[in-house]
Design a binder for this molecule. Structure first.
Ligand code: ASP
Length: 314
């Protein structure tokens, strides 16, 4: 029997203990994952998550999130949320209170308001700086009144913007992933993000797409992704990795196969993921660099950093 634990990405590590505390007090693994992700969403230090997340080309922050329950395969998600910070909790409400899986934009705002969520201003100095960086860089492609009403039309035609997309480095991603497993083998996966920096308004990444950036099934394991969501959406990376576990591969073999598929797309951009299998083994992987993840169980005082794998292109 495994001890109940959480694993997370780097930006999750300062908040894993908040989820572990929930478990110590008798909360469920779903409560623990949600609590850890909420801590990350509220922090301005968490990169492309929650308040201070990376903006769209118009300078607004639009958040995506999802949560999945491996016992029942029930799941909830939201996308393009610009008025609320705790998108992981709104996603959970979508799962628990609606007949749906995914709510977006104004419909998600309306639902959040009805559920009593508090509105937040998601912009910070960092958001403004990132917004300015792209505006400045593409400005030379734009007419003098580039801040005017045609800015969007001009911006998406700008060669500079598309060069930015090709060059996007790991620093311009930064979704948070938290996976929890309790001592009965119940798995929950939570994912929250502002998505890719300088995305088009309305762009939705892999994080709220069940099967792409998030999937779990108690019988096999759980997977959550970060990186260029356009890749994992095309391959359904999270779901396929679970499928490979179902077919009998080890966690490392399953992840390696999924990441070889990412390389097979021969696209720019990188993927990362964290994962657990049904026995409580953990792993992380990257298509572009050394990879680590953070692990904390109910008997630990601090999370420990665990090495993962770097799946290189053949
Ligand atoms: N996977 C996220 C997306 O494509 C981005 C990230 O990981 O930061 O929206």
């Amino acid at each position: 029997m495994v001890k109940s634990f959480l694993i997370g990405t780097r930006n999750a590590s300062p908040h894993l203990h908040e989820g572990i505390e929930v478990l110590r007090k008798g909360g469920s693994i779903m409560d623990a994952v949600e609590t850890a992700v909420r801590g990350i969403e509220e922090s301005t230090e968490s990169g492309n998550v929650g308040v201070g997340g990376a903006p769209t080309i118009l300078g607004d922050v639009e958040l995506d999130a999802s949560i999945m329950d491996g016992a029942t395969l029930r799941t909830g998600a939201v996308a393009s949320v610009s008025k609320y910070v705790h998108v992981i909790s709104i996603a959970r409400k979508v799962m628990e209170e609606t007949p749906h899986v995914l709510l977006v934009g104004d419909g998600a705002h309306r639902f959040a308001r009805a559920m009593g969520f508090e509105e937040w201003d998601l912009s910070t100095e960092r958001t403004r700086m990132i917004g300015e960086a792209i505006a400045k860089d593409i400005a030379e492609d734009l007419p003098d009144d580039f801040r005017g009403k045609d800015y969007y039309v001009q911006a998406i035609k700008s060669q500079k913007l598309h060069e930015w997309y090709k060059r996007l480095s790991n620093e311009q991603y930064g979704t948070t992933n938290v996976i929890g497993m309790d001592s009965d083998g119940n798995i929950v996966v939570g994912v929250s993000t502002s998505g890719m920096s300088w995305k088009y308004p309305g762009r939705v990444g892999d994080s709220p797409i069940i099967g792409a950036g998030n999937y779990c099934d108690n019988r096999y394991g759980g997977v959550a992704c970060t990186g260029k969501g356009e890749l994992s959406i095309r391959l359904l990376t999270a779901r396929m990795t679970i499928k490979y576990l179902e077919e009998g591969m080890s966690l490392e073999e399953a992840i390696t196969k999924s990441f070889n598929e990412i390389h097979g797309l021969k696209e720019t951009g990188t993927m990362q993921c964290i994962a657990v299998d049904k026995d409580g083994n953990t792993i992380s992987a990257s298509s572009a660099r050394e990879s680590t993840h953070w692990y904390m169980d109910v008997d630990m005082e601090e999370p420990e950093e665990r090495p993962g794998i770097w799946v290189k292109a053949d």
